[in-house]
Design a protein around this ligand. Structure first.
Ligand SMILES: Cc1cc2nc3c(=O)[nH]c(=O)nc-3n(C[C@H](O)[C@H](O)[C@H](O)COP(=O)(O)OP(=O)(O)OC[C@H]3O[C@@H](n4cnc5c(N)ncnc54)[C@H](O)[C@@H]3O)c2cc1C
Ligand code: FES
Length: 253
């Protein structure tokens, strides 16, 4: 299947000073993407830049990505406007296993974009979902919903503390038999994985590595994953092709 599509921007909004939400028209990606998958987006820079799919609309044939400006590529892509277009390769990678009935979603940083897609999909299927979002401070809050448990390190919005402090406010009923899905900065995912472990819950995380090809060829994005074979401490897996979603117990933090 050809996964490279020329996509037109159909809408763009700034969520805060440095983060844009861009909606592209692409019926193939809108139809086929599942939460946790990403797209590799071309700019005038040499390599494409990966972004988690934040939302899809199968009826209009559009999907959204959130782009936080941190360098040249993201600056150029976040400046795209309605009517502009670019090449987008996707959907790529393996998404989350969402076969259960009860989920706890934890998101931080740009991880709130894939968490948004997870929430849309799981709630549309009538599954039980609790969402915890963690931000540095009030100015960073994006993609928030009043039903979410919100935490800020600074304590200027929501509960003062980190994502795990938010998770600790969940009731025994919320926690029992839930599956934890987490996307965010590595220290946050590590802490959430440890929290899930302490409650005996299965947890999947989405690893973020620098990427180039996005399709498993260049080996730029390798990460250390526990080896299946006894006697070998770890093996290198390609984050783009074998992940980006992994069982948290397999990750060598
Ligand atoms: C699977 C995946 C999903 C992603 N989803 C999103 C998303 O939904 N929204 C979003 O805004 N960003 C996301 N990112 C990160 C995004 O791809 C990078 O921010 C982007 O590629 C940076 O491009 P740039 O040209 O602006 O920065 P560059 O000029 O390439 O780099 C600027 C600085 O950021 C660092 N950097 C670049 N990429 C990464 C990275 N992946 N991890 C850590 N540090 C990095 C560089 O080392 C450098 O210091 C995702 C990354 C991956 C791998
Ligand atoms: S980015 Fe090339 S192998 Fe993953």
């Amino acid at each position: 299947m050809n996964k490279d599509h020329f996509c037109e921007v159909v809408s763009k909004s700034m969520l805060n000073g440095d983060t844009a939400l861009i909606e592209f028209r692409c019926p193939e990606i809108a139809q086929n993407a599942v939460p946790g998958q990403f797209v590799n987006v071309a700019s005038s820079n040499f390599l494409r830049r990966p972004f988690g799919v934040a939302s899809v609309d199968k009826d209009t044939g559009t999907f959204k990505v959130g782009i936080k400006i941190i360098g040249e590529g993201t600056e150029e892509l976040a400046s795209m406007e309605e009517g502009d277009g670019t090449w987008v390769l996707g959907p790529l990678g393996n998404g989350f296993d969402i076969n259960g009935e009860k989920f706890i979603l934890a998101g931080g940083g740009t991880g709130v974009f894939p968490v948004n897609f997870l929430y849309e999909k799981l709630s549309s299927e009538g599954k039980k979902v609790k969402v915890v979002q963690g931000f540095r401070d009030k100015s960073q809050i994006i993609m928030n919903d009043p039903s979410y448990i919100l935490t800020t390190d600074a304590g200027d919005a929501g509960l003062k503390g980190n994502c795990c402090d938010g998770l600790n406010t969940l009731s025994d009923d919320d926690i029992k038999d839930a599956v934890v899905l987490c996307v965010g900065p590595m220290p946050m995912m590590r802490a959430v994985a440890s929290w899930a472990d302490s409650k005996g819950l299965k947890c999947s995380v989405s690893l973020e590595q620098r990427m180039a090809c996005g399709i498993g060829i260049c080996l730029v994005c390798t990460c250390k994953i526990k080896a299946e074979e006894e006697g070998i401490p770890f093996e290198h897996k390609r984050c783009c092709k074998d992940g980006p979603v992994f069982d948290s117990k397999e990750v060598i933090w």
